[in-house]
Design a protein around this ligand. Structure first.
Ligand code: HEM
Length: 119
């Protein structure tokens, strides 16, 4: 599994692609099923790449890692909520605010702990 855990590059690639696909689908005037399916594939690749890092380094970074994974899963949940509600014509404002908060916390936890970049 070393290609998954020797660095965070692959993981970073998965969530950057996921965020790009999410914003394309979220701001599209019509339902983009193909983009949404691509996003769901990226959810899996994010969880696999992040999960591998978690299993490899959790003992070294403890609670910070637990919180990072928890907030990352919330980001995925709110991305899905926004797209599904948008396609049903329901209001999404509250979920955009929650999405922005948990994404900021996830990025902070990811970039301030662990093996990768450390600001
Ligand atoms: C949209 C979702 C996600 C975002 C925005 C995100 C963001 C990040 C960022 C910014 C880093 C730091 C990279 C670095 O320092 O080089 C990172 C690392 C990490 N992420 Fe994620 N991630 C997401 C999803 C996940 C998921 C689903 C998991 C677990 C199942 C996860 C687990 C981890 C772990 C364990 C690390 C390693 C931390 C380190 O040692 O640097 N992430 N992520």
């Amino acid at each position: 599994m070393s290609f998954l855990t020797s660095a965070t590059h692959l993981h970073i690639t998965t969530w950057v692609i996921a965020l790009v696909l999410f914003f394309i689908a979220a701001f599209a005037s019509k339902k983009l099923t193909g983009v949404h399916m691509g996003l769901r594939l990226m959810y899996i690749l994010m969880i696999v790449s992040g999960g591998a890092l978690f299993l490899e380094y959790r003992d070294a970074y403890g609670m910070n890692y637990d919180m990072k994974v928890l907030f990352a899963i919330l980001v995925i949940g709110f991305m899905e909520m926004i797209l599904v509600r948008k396609n049903k014509g329901k209001s999404v404002n509250v979920f955009w605010v929650l999405f922005a908060i948990v994404l900021a916390v996830t990025l902070y936890l990811g970039l301030s702990t662990g093996i990768g970049m450390n600001f």
